[in-house]
Design a protein. Structure first.
Length: 132
């Protein structure tokens, strides 16, 4: 029994080690595994956790929308099934602040992020999720 438990934990650990984290801001990040062809959008706070399973293609589409909003300093919205995503990079009184929001069903997240953090996330996504 102990060998079976150890082997199951070892497989799970090996699986989880294939994921890399792309942070948008504190508490909102993506876990991406190109090898497993999986991604997860995570939103974690003191009283909640939201986890959305994504395909690699869906993760790429979200990051392309983030990059478009960032480059054009605009609001870009996309819909992927039951997930709605908005990135607002319009310049306001604080030019370093951008807003990211998404919802799925009744679950919603809206966070402010730094423009530089989005640039870092875009660069990392381009490395981990290359377009063909």
């Amino acid at each position: 029994l102990w060998n079976e438990i150890f082997e199951a934990l070892s497989r799970r650990s090996s699986y989880l080690s294939t994921f890399q984290e792309i942070d948008l801001t504190h508490g909102v990040y993506f876990l991406v595994s190109a090898r497993e062809a999986e991604a997860r959008l995570m939103s974690v706070g003191p009283d909640f956790e939201m986890s959305v399973a994504l395909s690699i293609d869906e993760a790429k589409r979200i990051f392309r929308s983030i990059e478009r909003a960032y480059d054009d300093r605009e609001l870009v919205e996309i819909k992927l099934g039951d997930l709605s995503w908005k990135t607002d990079c319009r310049v306001r009184s604080n030019p370093d602040k951008v807003t990211v929001s998404f919802k799925r069903g009744w679950e919603r997240t809206r966070v402010d992020a730094r423009r530089q953090d989005l640039a870092t996330a875009i660069a990392m996504s381009n490395r981990l999720l290359p377009t063909e």
